[in-house]
Each structure stands twice: as C-alpha cells, then as structure tokens.
Design a protein around this ligand. Structure first.
Ligand code: PEP
Ligand code: MG
Length: 550
C-alpha cells in the first residue's frame, strides 16, 4: 500500500530490531520497592529520551514523540507495572505484560487507534532494552547515498531525526495509511510503502525502488525502469503543482472538492491542500477511546473549529457511526453474530436516542448556516424521515443521509423526499452490495470500487438526487482515485470528498477533462462486466491522466 507518493530508490538498509520477550513468570531478587524504582527510572528515562528527540526533530514528529513520552508515563500503565512487581514479577516482565495488555486493547479498536498499538510496542521495547542494559540498534547517521529503509515497522523515535537527504524511501511490512510511518513520511516528503509482506527478507545493500503512489516495491530494478518511473513522477508532480483553486472540469463545470476528516488535527492538512470544505466529518473518531459520552461543550468546540477552518465552505458532519469496525465504549454493543449487519450507525440511536439528541443539539449550538448534518447506515425512507425530523426539531437546516446500503440506493427517490441531500459512502456500499466484509483482506477484489454493479448503484442514487433537485456527494475512498473521481462526476456526483492527501491529484485529473469526457468514461465503465475492464475502459476515455502521470 503506497502511503506517501513519489519514487524512491537506493540501497536497502534493513532494520531488524529484536528485543527479547522477558521470560514468563520471571521474578526478581531483593526488595519489591527497589525493583519498582528500577522500572520507574527506566520509564522516566525513555520518556525523557523521546521528548528530547522530539525537541530536536520539531514539527509533526515533535508532537508525535511528545505524545509517546506521555504514554511512557501514563498513570494507568505505571500503576499496572507496580502492581505486577508487587505480585512478584521482575521489572522487565512487568513492563512487558502491562504494555502488551494495553496494546491489545488499542489494537482491538482498529483504525487510527489500532495503528497506535505499534507505538506502545516501541516504548515497551525501549524500556525493556534499558532494563536489560541493551543498546537499541540505531540507523546509520551518514551513508554514501540515500537508502531505502526497510523494517517490520518503524517507530517515530527511529525516524524522527532522519531527513530526505538520508532516506530515499520507507518500506515496512506492517502499518496502514494512518500509521506513524505514513504520517511522518508524508510530512518529510519521502515516498513510503507499508503493509508489504516479506520486505525484511530483502538482502541488505541490494538496490530497491519503491513507488509510494502505487505501492510497488521492486528489488534490483533495471536502470531504464528507474529512469522511466522517475520521469513519470516528475510529470505527476508538476501537474499537481499547477492545478490550483476550486475543483472544476476542463470546461468549467464546478465540482467542489472537500476533505474527509476524523478530528481537529486533520483540519490543517485539509486547508493546506485547498479543500473547499469538509465532505465527511467522522465524528466517532473524536470519541473512540472514551468510556463516557462527550460533553456538549467539547463537541461544540470540535464542530466550530471545522466551520471556522472553512469560512463560507460547506461542512458536512456525520452523526456517530458506532458499531462493527468503529466500536464506541459509551454506546455498548449487544452480542451480535454479524456486527456489520447489526445495530450500527443510525440504528444504534434507536436504543440511545439521548446520544443523538445531544449530538444534534451540539451541532445546532454551533449555529452555522454552512453546517450540514447526515446520518450513516440509513436503509429506509422511514429512517431518513425520523432523522430529518430530529434535525429540524433542533433547528438544523440541512439534514441528509449517507447512501451506504443498496436498499437506500435503489429507493433513493423515497429517501430524498425526506432529506435535503445525499452522500454516497462507497466503502460500505461496496461491502453491502457484494456481501464482502471490508475488514477482510481476502475480500478486497469484491470491495473494488470499479465494480460495475457499484457504479450502477451510484448512478441510481445520483440520478434520483438530480431529479429531486437536491445535491449528491461522494465521500468513500473511491473519490480519491483521480480516474474514478472523473467517472463519479460523470455519473452525476455534485461534490467529491476524500482524504486531504488525494486532493491535488483529483483536482488535476478533473481539470484536464471535460464534463462530456467524464460522462463518456462513466458510460464506458458501466458497459463492462468486470472491475478491471471498467477501469481500463474509463481510463481510455480520460487520455490526459496518463500524460499527467496520474
Ligand atoms: C463509507 O462507508 O464509504 C464511508 C465514507 O464511511 P466510513 O468509511 O466511515 O464507514
Ligand atoms: Mg461507512
């Protein structure tokens, strides 16, 4: 998976860190108080080192490392370590067990929080290494030429002090788009590929080329292939740099380009990428790690920050989408055999109406005309009507629903009679149209947003919206693919919303094609039988994409 675009090539530097697991049941000799002091001293020292590295690194790395330093001295973890030592465990084993338990809880929550689990492993290993008097392997300070850094996973502490002059690319076996390897690589402008199994078996020193856009990693590439990839990348960069301003097609048809965000920290990147507003505010990410419902003041602050970041721009906030892949502790789930088909999204508010009311009240308190509010996981017109009435009762003027369930796409007309706008979530629409769990890697071919059946459902909903004279946006990952973005516009999407990183490429692709070309590409894609054929047929009608290196 490419997570930081660009081509990087150079000799492989393979980082193999292994701090041994302290033996199960390992005990200590001497006093428990002394053992506890030893553990506390190691935690404090690691926190101090992380903080010092952060100060030297500055920028985004500083924030991340300071957060890690806080984690190292988290009061809950400290108490756990002390308790385990009181029960007779040696300091390294106590640290191992306390951190591992906490890590498993984080990993179980998936998504952004799940990817923080790697941070805890790194802190744990540093503390254990210190307790054993072991030196953590570092990175070469100076190399003859920039290297491709290959590792199982990279911790911010490893990478924070690196620069573009040392590292040509990152390749890791673990990690996802929101892992710190990805975040820091993007901040440094270094290409990165994550989730690349077997990468650490690349022999050290062998030449490697990593494509942070496509996710391709090549070992010993031909020199001509490197030259071709670099020149395509240069073309892509200059195309991206020259596409500015509001989204529109080559013939001037406006397509507002909006950003998907999960919290205030992501607003900055959205503004920097010239998003014209927010197309999907995933509010559940604000409150994932909480046992109590968020307070009204806290919510108002978060939503107001989004409105203030985009003066006059549209801001679409989605009410809490709890359940399945996004568990929220304060909205406990019933035991369900198929949580993705269970009490998820809007359905859960039937059992917890006070939580929805509180969220809508907080949104209303922001009092902004640009604020649009929509519900996830809506299946029927009755549900849409219920949600819209609740919004209006609070004085919210723009109430919409997401189209994520095939039934909703099929009867979009009925839903539109109840609400003011639609937003198509192609991630879940694909999951439910193909009965293919979006969390299962083996199902990913069925999750392919180029599937003609998915395009048909999008067309159906967009056409219904156009007939009703109401707007229809797209906010699934599909909008982040420059070719598919043109197709979605051809299918009738009025706005496109995506992760901020994808905005420049989508803006450039759209600006290079007319609305008619987008429509012809959409027709060509829908005329095919497979996702692969749909993609090829559409791209053949969007000739500028190849020239732009997109
Ligand atoms: C979607 O399902 O396409 C969507 C945008 O929502 P999420 O990915 O948050 O479920
Ligand atoms: Mg969804």
């Amino acid at each position: 998976m490419g997570v930081s675009p660009g081509i990087g090539h150079g000799p492989a530097y393979v980082l193999t860190v292994s701090v041994p697991e302290p033996p199960e049941g390992a005990t200590f000799t001497g006093e428990a108080d002394q053992e506890k002091e030893r553990a506390m001293a190691a935690l404090t020292q690691v926190a101090g080192e992380l903080e010092a590295r952060g100060n030297r690194a500055g920028g985004e790395a500083e924030e991340i490392l300071k957060a890690q330093a806080l984690m190292a001295e988290d009061p809950g973890l400290v108490v756990k370590v002390r308790t385990l030592i009181d029960r007779g465990l040696a300091a390294p084993r106590a640290v191992f067990e306390a951190f591992t338990k906490y890590r498993d809880v984080l990993a179980g929550s998936g998504g952004y929080l799940g990817e923080r689990a790697a941070d805890l492993n790194d802190i744990r290993d540093r503390v254990i290494a210190l307790l054993y008097g072991q030196v953590m392997p570092g990175l070469p300070a100076r190399a003859a030429e920039p290297y491709v850094l290959v590792a199982r996973d990279l911790a911010p502490a490893d990478t924070a002090l690196l620069s573009k002059s040392q590292v040509a690319a990152f390749v890791t076996e673990e990690g996802g788009p929101t892992s710190h390897t990805a975040i820091l690589a993007r901040a440094m402008g270094v290409p990165a590929v994550v989730a690349c199994p077997g990468a650490t078996r690349i022999p050290p020193g062998v030449r490697v080329m990593a494509d942070g856009t496509s996710g391709d990693v090549r070992v010993e590439p031909a020199e001509s292939d490197v030259a071709d990839a670099v020149s395509a990348d240069t073309a892509r960069l200059s195309a991206l740099a020259s596409a500015r301003g509001p989204g529109r097609t080559a013939d001037g048809h406006p397509v507002p380009l909006l950003a998907n965000v999960g919290g205030p920290a992501e607003l900055h990147a959205a503004v920097a990428a010239e998003a014209e507003g927010i197309g999907l505010y995933r509010t559940e990410f604000l409150f994932l790690d909480r046992a109590e419902p968020p307070s009204t003041e806290e919510q108002v602050r978060a939503y107001r920050a989004a409105v203030e970041a985009f003066p006059g721009g549209k801001v679409v906030v989605r009410t809490l989408d709890s359940g399945a892949d996004k568990p929220l502790a304060f909205l406990p789930a019933a035991a369900e055999p198929n949580p993705a088909l269970g009490e998820r999204g809007l359905r859960r508010f039937k059992r917890f109406p006070e939580v929805m009311e509180a969220q809508l009240a907080a949104l209303a308190a922001v009092g902004a005309e640009e604020l649009h509010v929509m519900a996830p996981m809506v299946a029927t017109a009755e549900e849409a009507g219920w949600f819209a009435r609740e919004c209006r009762a609070k004085g919210l003027r723009h109430a919409g629903v997401m189209i994520e369930i095939p039934a909703a796409a099929l009867r979009a007309r009925d839903l539109l009679a109840q609400v003011d706008f639609l937003s198509i979530g192609t991630n879940d629409l694909a999951q439910y149209a193909f009965a293919a769990d979006r969390q299962l890697g083996v199902m990913s071919p069925l999750q392919d947003p180029w599937q003609p059946a998915l395009l048909d459902l999008v067309a159906m909903a967009a056409n219904a919206a156009s007939r009703a004279g109401k707007p229809c946006g797209i906010c699934g990952e599909s909008a982040a693919d420059p070719a598919l973005a043109c197709v979605l516009v051809g299918l009738g999407a009025d706005t496109l919303s995506m992760g901020a990183a994808a905005l420049p490429a989508v803006r450039a692709g759209l600006a290079a094609h007319t609305l008619t070309q987008c429509r012809l590409a959409a027709d060509a894609a829908r005329a095919q039988r497979t996702a692969a054929e749909a993609r090829v047929a559409a791209r053949a009608r969007l000739p500028e994409l190849g020239r732009l290196g997109l």
